[in-house]
Ligand binder design. Structure first.
Ligand code: DAH
Length: 344
C-alpha cells in the first residue's frame, strides 16, 4: 500500500469511527464500538501492520497519524460516554418525584431532667459561697448512717426513717448526713461542704418516694453559731425562691444537732394569706438544720472544745415541687415526656 493510500484510508477510518460513536445509543453499544476501533486488535492498531510496506522515511509519520486518529476517537468516546450518562441521570430524575416539602428526619435531643436541674441550681448557690461538693456511698454502714450521728442503739429516732437493710449488714442510706462523718474523718477543719445524693426509705405516697434526693450541708469552723446558719440559709432561700423570700426557724429535734431547727419559708403561693399548700399557716417547711452536736464532732475526730459547726439537710424533690407547683412526687420518676418536656 502506498503511503498516500494509507493516509486516506486512515482518514476514512476516523470518519467512520466518529459516525459509529454517534450511532451508539447506549453504553453497551459504545463499548462495542470502542473495542472495534481502539481495542488491541482494533482497526486503528491494525494499520501499524502496513509499516513495513512504507518507505523508511514515511514510517514515523504513520505512527504519528495512527496516534492522532486514536486520540481523536478516544476523546470522542469519552464525550459520548459522559453524554449518555447525563441523559440517563436526567431520565431517571424525571421519573422520580422529589418532594422537597417533605420534612427531614430529625433526631430528638435529650435534655436535663427537672430534678437534675433543680439539684444543680441548689448546688450552684453553695458553690458560689465557697462550699465544695463531697460524696458518700449509697449503701452505708449503720455506724455512719446512725451511730456516729448520735442515734443511740435501739433509739426510736431510727424508726422515723424506715430503713431498707441489705444482706451484708449494711443499709441503703436513709439520708445524706453520713457524708458529714465521712468528711470529718477524712479532712481537717475548717470544712465547708455540700453532699448531694440519692437516699432511700421504705416510704411511698404522693409526697414521699422510696428513692429520693437530698443535699446535705456542713460548715465547721471556730466560733460558729445559729446566726451563721440562719444567714446562709436565708441567702439560699432568697436565691431559690426570690429576693423577697422570708424564712423562719422553728425548734425541732434531730439526734445529730443541738439545738435543732426546722426552716420554713413564707408561703410563696398565697403570700402568707393562708392556702391549701401552706395548710393555712402562711409558712412552708423546706429543710432541717441545727448546730452540730458535740458527740457528732467527736465521732468525726474533731474537738468540740475548739471547733463548732452547723449542718442542714434539704430534699431536692421537695424544692422542685415547690418551685414548679408539682403536687405528686411520682411524676418525677415516671419518665412521661409530656411531664418532662414542660421544664425544657
Ligand atoms: N438528715 C435529716 C433527714 O433526712 C435532715 C437533716 C436535718 C440534716 C438536720 C441535717 C440537719 O444535717 O442538721 O431528715
Amino acid at each position: 500500500m502506498s503511503s498516500e493510500l494509507v493516509w486516506s484510508k486512515l482518514q476514512e477510518l476516523l470518519a467512520e469511527g466518529l459516525r459509529s460513536v454517534g450511532d451508539a445509543t447506549d453504553e453497551n453499544a459504545l463499548v462495542a464500538v470502542q473495542k472495534k476501533y481502539l481495542g488491541k486488535k482494533g482497526s486503528v492498531q491494525a494499520y501499524m501492520q502496513h509499516m513495513r510496506e512504507l518507505a523508511p522515511e514515511d514510517r514515523p509519520k504513520l505512527g504519528a497519524l495512527v496516534n492522532e486518529v486514536r486520540d481523536k476517537l478516544e476523546a470522542h468516546f469519552a464525550a459520548a460516554e459522559q453524554a449518555l450518562r447525563d441523559a440517563k441521570l436526567k431520565a431517571d430524575l424525571k421519573l422520580r418525584r422529589v418532594d422537597l416539602s417533605l420534612p427531614g428526619r430529625s433526631r430528638s435531643r435529650g435534655s436535663e431532667h427537672v430534678l437534675q436541674a433543680t439539684q444543680r441550681e441548689m448546688e450552684n448557690i453553695f458553690l458560689q459561697m465557697g462550699f465544695e461538693i463531697a460524696r458518700g456511698p449509697q449503701s452505708e454502714w449503720d455506724f455512719f448512717n446512725f451511730e456516729a450521728l448520735n442515734f443511740p442503739p435501739d433509739h426510736p429516732a431510727r424508726d422515723m426513717q424506715d430503713t431498707l437493710m441489705l444482706e451484708n449488714g449494711s443499709l441503703l442510706r436513709t439520708h445524706t448526713s453520713p457524708v458529714q462523718i465521712r468528711t470529718m474523718i477524712s479532712y481537717e477543719p475548717p470544712i465547708r461542704i455540700i453532699a448531694p445524693g440519692t437516699v432511700y426509705r421504705r416510704d411511698d405516697d404522693v409526697t414521699h418516694s422510696p428513692v429520693f434526693h437530698q443535699i446535705e450541708g456542713l460548715h465547721i469552723e471556730k466560733g460558729l453559731n445559729l446566726t451563721h446558719l440562719r444567714g446562709i440559709l436565708e441567702l439560699f432561700a432568697k436565691s431559690l425562691f426570690g429576693e423577697k423570700t422570708k424564712i423562719r426557724l422553728r425548734p425541732s429535734f434531730f439526734p445529730f444537732t443541738e439545738p435543732s431547727v426546722e426552716v420554713d419559708i413564707a408561703c410563696i403561693f398565697c403570700g402568707q394569706k393562708g392556702c391549701r399548700l401552706c395548710k393555712q399557716t402562711g409558712w412552708i417547711e423546706i429543710l432541717g438544720a441545727g448546730m452540730i452536736d458535740p458527740n457528732v464532732l467527736k465521732s468525726g475526730h474533731i474537738d468540740p472544745e475548739v471547733w463548732s459547726g452547723w449542718a442542714f439537710g434539704v430534699g431536692v424533690e421537695r424544692v422542685a415541687m415547690l418551685l414548679h407547683g408539682i403536687s405528686d412526687i411520682r411524676l418525677f420518676f415516671e419518665s412521661d415526656l409530656r411531664f418532662l418536656k414542660q421544664f425544657n
